[in-house]
Structure formats: structure tokens, C-alpha cells
Design a protein around this ligand. Structure first.
Ligand code: ATP
Length: 215
């Protein structure tokens, strides 16, 4: 089995995440792609008034459902069910123990790829999974990615691949949270995730719910 792992905070999950996941699924010929929301991301401070890990997980489930590939796209609670910080090395160790014959590919945007050597136990991560990256913005440099891929290969023996996304959605969850607080940003979200956000009044949105269509 060829299994793609897409980790992240997903606060909230947006169309950039979905476009990359959808493309990677076919480009890498993955049997399955698993979104793995982090409970406590090691490298980010989550806003204290933001959604709980369970609420982020619920949004990722709605976003993943929208891809309409239930057998191939899944959401895993591996990191939510583990105490402490959500280290990728631990997640991959767990997956490898559970599926020793699976070929694991960890998917990440440029920002993560360029700092991989600073993550906890990069040698474990690169031993257990291939690393597949893609640009997040038009200005992400392909040359930079190639240099980093070569560095990771030489330093850790990493297997890497660089995907050219046909459609880059230039947005981050941080930017989206700012937009949502102003009543904007809907175009970057799947309809189901947007509906969930406003019904639960996440990210400071304060809409008049009477304007929402019934479900
Ligand atoms: P934040 O702004 O809160 O830091 P983020 O938008 O970077 O969040 P994460 O959930 O931290 O989102 O990202 C999970 C993974 O998705 C990372 O590997 C990241 O590089 C990638 N990613 C984020 N935004 C995009 C995008 N617009 N296109 C492609 N990949 C993306």
C-alpha cells in the first residue's frame, strides 16, 4: 500500500490544503491519503481563543468528505489521541509499526520542507517516509526546493519529490483567520467548512444565522 500522510494544524483547513491533497493523490498514485491534524503542533503557538483540536478535526473531516473519495481520503486521529506535542517522527513510527509493508509519503508545503532538518528526529522521519513537497505561492522558488532536496538526500539519505501543482491557492490559515474575523475569506473554504465555522461562531465570525440556508 502506498500511503500519503498530510499533517498540519488545519486551523482552519482551506482550499490550498485540499488542492494539494487532491493533486498528490493521483500524481503519487497513492492508495490512500490521510490528513493527520496535530493536537499540539511543536512549532506553532495556537491562538488561545481558537478552536479545540476536536473542532479542527471536525473541520478536516468535513473538508476531506468534500473531496468525495471516501475510500481513499481519510482523517486520522493518531495525533489527537496522543498526549504531549505532536511530533511527526512519532506519528510515522506508529504508522510504520501498524503497517510495516506500507510505503509512506509525507506531504508538505515549501515552508515546512525548507526547515525539515530542524524538526525533531529528521533522520527518523526521512528513514520512515519519502518527503513530497509542493509550492504554496507562485513566488516559491523551484531552485530552492531542488537545493533543499539535494541537501536532505546527502544529509539523511532522504527520498524526496517535488510536485508541480497545476493550481496554487495562495492562502494560509493565518491569513484566513484574519479574513474570517472581518466577515471575509469564504472563497478559500469548502462550503461545508465555512458552514461549520459560522454555525459554531469560530474565528470571531459573528454572522446573522438567519441568512444561512437551512440544512
Ligand atoms: P498557519 O497559517 O496557521 O501557520 P498553514 O496555512 O500554514 O497554517 P498548516 O495547517 O500549518 O496551514 O499546513 C499544513 C500543511 O499544508 C503544511 O505542509 C503547509 O506547508 C501546507 N500548506 C498550507 N497552505 C498551503 C497552500 N496554500 N497550498 C499548499 N500547501 C499548503
Amino acid at each position: 500500500m502506498k500511503l500519503g500522510i498530510y499533517g498540519g494544524t488545519f486551523n482552519p483547513p482551506h482550499l490550498g490544503h485540499l488542492a494539494a491533497a487532491r493533486f498528490a493523490l493521483d500524481a503519487l498514485e497513492l492508495d490512500e491519503l490521510w490528513f493527520v491534524p496535530a493536537a499540539t503542533p511543536p512549532h506553532k503557538v495556537l491562538p488561545a481563543d481558537g478552536p479545540t483540536p476536536e473542532q479542527r478535526m471536525a473541520m478536516v473531516e468535513l473538508a476531506a468528505d468534500g473531496l468525495l473519495l471516501p475510500g481513499r481520503v481519510k482523517v486520522s486521529d493518531l495525533e489527537l489521541s496522543r498526549p504531549g506535542k505532536s511530533y511527526t517522527a512519532d506519528t510515522l513510527e506508529q504508522l510504520h509499526a501498524r503497517y510495516p509493508d506500507a510505503e509512506l509519503w509525507f506531504l508538505m508545503g515549501t515552508d515546512m520542507f525548507l526547515t525539515l532538518q530542524n524538526w525533531r528526529e529528521p533522520e527518523v522521519i526521512t528513514r520512515l517516509a519519502g518527503i513530497c513537497t509542493f509550492a504554496r505561492t507562485q513566488s516559491d522558488s523551484g531552485e530552492m526546493l531542488s537545493i533543499q532536496a539535494e541537501y536532505l538526500q546527502k544529509t539523511f539519505g532522504a527520498r524526496t519529490c517535488v510536485l508541480q501543482l497545476p493550481h496554487i491557492v495562495d492562502v494560509s490559515s493565518t491569513r484566513l483567520r484574519e479574513l474570517l474575523a472581518k466577515g471575509e475569506g469564504r472563497e478559500y473554504l469548502s462550503p461545508a467548512v465555512y458552514g461549520h465555522i459560522i454555525r459554531n461562531r469560530l474565528y470571531g465570525v459573528d454572522y446573522d444565522l438567519r441568512h444561512l440556508p437551512d440544512r
